[in-house]
Design a protein around this ligand. Structure first.
Ligand code: NAD
Length: 484
């Protein structure tokens, strides 16, 4: 793959600018470790400039008061331009994140459809007329919240940007978006597309820099009305504390340790394939990765034989190669974290059934890799069953009783995703009702489509993305009461 070696500047008020002190950082290709671009490293002063631009664009009234029809046209135009640049977006996403081409294609297609979904959704934004005592009249207006600070992670770079930016723009908000430092490039490409599509200067600003420096600064910034964050649960807690000083609106999409429950009356082939996909898709770097696998004792041996045989056929390697199923992990330090958890699993009494190490030799000498890893002899109270690893590591547990597996599935601080495999539909929906998670997949490996609410219970956060109701999280309701 040809190296791009470009420089990306901050995008503030419709213009590309370097950071106020001229500092830059490097961004890498995780599959080779090579530097692919330099990126401007924003200072607090640059955050101020981006917030000022977003505030001015909001207060001018042009964007928040633009007719829904016109805004919908613009959002559709953005989607159309993303379609035109689809192959380029895919290539850059693979290069900067180490994910496979197939994964990047699916995620970028969804990012495009998110813009199309919110183009249609913004036409539905409307207030109510309410029944009040005679002599009074009451109606409500849905008004955009204002300036939104949006902070996103590295696992789905462009898709996360779309989940945030599309509903905010649809609601009439203005945005300061901060992508993760590992994967900033497609967010800048999105800014370029939005600009060329006709989004006015200041409405979407993109800045990059140290998460631990400009992230908290954005969260505390008095010029920002709402923070929408996706990332780790610990970062989410910090954000919530800091945002409370100015009582910002906050939505948090955080970590997970999702249970995947395989009952003995399932379609075995479908459950094996879906469970493999559920953990190894995106190299396990998915918030809703089904990383706790519960298998009924009656089918445990047969299921595990097939599961392990197929896991051993997962090809790890150059994410641009056709036939490769799993790409690289995002960084050296993340690779070390994954390896640390695998060693911990063994110390805790777990048994590595497949993988459990960094592959060596050949193409693995460069870049950051980890083998698909399956760990047995685990109990739900072990740290490897309770803490998010965010890599291609699944822990397997045997169960015999429906109520007991529900109890174990719910015995977690997280509550993001979950999956149930059974051909008994009564059971599926009985169990779904008792799982404490924002998403329950029934005989389905996939959970997120434009229109399906996505978000967590418990310490997986609050607020829903991807859905019609997300628009409400970018609006305030104004109640006008008139005496007539
Ligand atoms: P992270 O919390 O380290 O970083 C996320 C973003 O926050 C980055 O842009 C980072 O620069 C910034 N940041 C770091 N410290 C900050 C601070 N103190 N204040 C404000 N911003 C700060 O998370 P990550 O490692 O990039 O992403 C992985 C995590 O994201 C996992 O826990 C995963 O489950 C979660 N995630 C959740 C969802 C969801 O929808 N629930 C989706 C994708 C990823």
């Amino acid at each position: 793959m040809k190296n791009m070696k470009k420089h990306y500047q901050l995008f503030i008020n419709g213009q590309y600018v370097d950071s106020s002190n001229g500092e830059v950082f490097e961004t890498h290709n995780p599959a080779t470790g090579e530097v692919i671009a330099t990126v401007a490293k924003a200072t607090k002063k640059d955050v101020d400039k981006a917030v000022e631009a977003a505030r001015a664009a909001f207060e001018s009234g042009k964007w928040p008061r633009m007719t829904a029809a016109k805004r919908a046209r613009l959002l559709n135009r953005i989607a159309e331009m993303m379609r035109e640049r689809f192959e380029e977006l895919v290539r850059v996403e693979v290069l900067n994140s180490g994910k496979t081409v197939a994964a990047a294609k699916g995620q970028i297609m969804q990012a495009i459809e998110d813009f199309e979904f919110y183009a249609a959704a913004c036409l539905t934004l409307q207030g109510d007329v309410n029944q009040v005592p005679n002599g009074f009249f009451n109606y409500t207006l849905k008004e955009p919240v204002g300036v939104c600070g949006q902070i996103i992670p590295w696992n789905y770079p462009l898709m996360m940007a779309a989940w945030k930016v599309a509903p905010a723009l649809a609601a009439g908000c203005t945005v300061v978006l901060k992508p993760a430092s590992y994967t900033p490039i497609t967010a800048y490409m999105l800014a370029e597309i939005c600009h060329e599509a006709g989004v006015p200067a200041g409405v979407l600003n993109v800045i990059t820099g140290s998460g631990s420096e400009i992230g908290p600064y954005m969260t505390e910034h008095p010029g920002i009305d709402k923070v929408a964050f996706t990332g780790e649960t610990e970062t989410g807690k910090d954000i919530m504390k800091r945002a409370s000083e100015t009582l910002k609106r906050v939505t948090l999409e955080l970590g997970g340790k999702s249970p995947n429950i395989v009952f003995d009356d399932c379609d075995l082939e479908g459950a094996v394939n879906g469970s493999l996909y559920g953990i190894f898709y995106n190299t396990g770097q998915s918030c809703e990765a089904r990383s706790r696998l519960f298998v009924h004792e009656n089918i445990y041996d047969e299921f595990m034989e097939k599961f392990l045989e197929k896991a051993s056929r997962i090809r790890v390697g150059n994410p641009f190669d056709e036939g490769v199923h799993m790409g690289a992990v995002i960084s050296k330090s993340h690779q070390q974290t994954i390896d640390h958890y695998v060693k911990l699993a063994v110390e805790e009494g777990g048994k590595i059934l497949y993988g459990g190490k960094i592959p060596e030799g050949g193409e693995y000498e460069k870049g950051y890799w980890y083998l698909p890893t399956v760990i047995g002899d685990v109990t739900n109270d072990m740290r490897v069953a309770q803490e998010e690893i965010f890599g291609p590591v699944v822990v397997v547990m045997k169960f015999s009783d429906e109520q007991d597996v529900i109890r174990q599935a719910n015995d977690s601080i997280f509550g993001l995703g979950s999956a149930i495999w059974t051909n008994d539909h009564g059971k599926a929906h009985r169990v779904a009702a008792q799982i404490k998670a924002g998403i329950v997949m029934v005989n389905s490996p996939i959970s997120a489509f434009p229109g399906t609410p996505f978000g967590g219970y418990k310490q997986s956060g609050f607020g829903r993305e991807l859905a019609l109701e997300t628009l409400n999280l970018y609006t305030e309701t104004k109640s006008v009461v008139s005496y007539i």
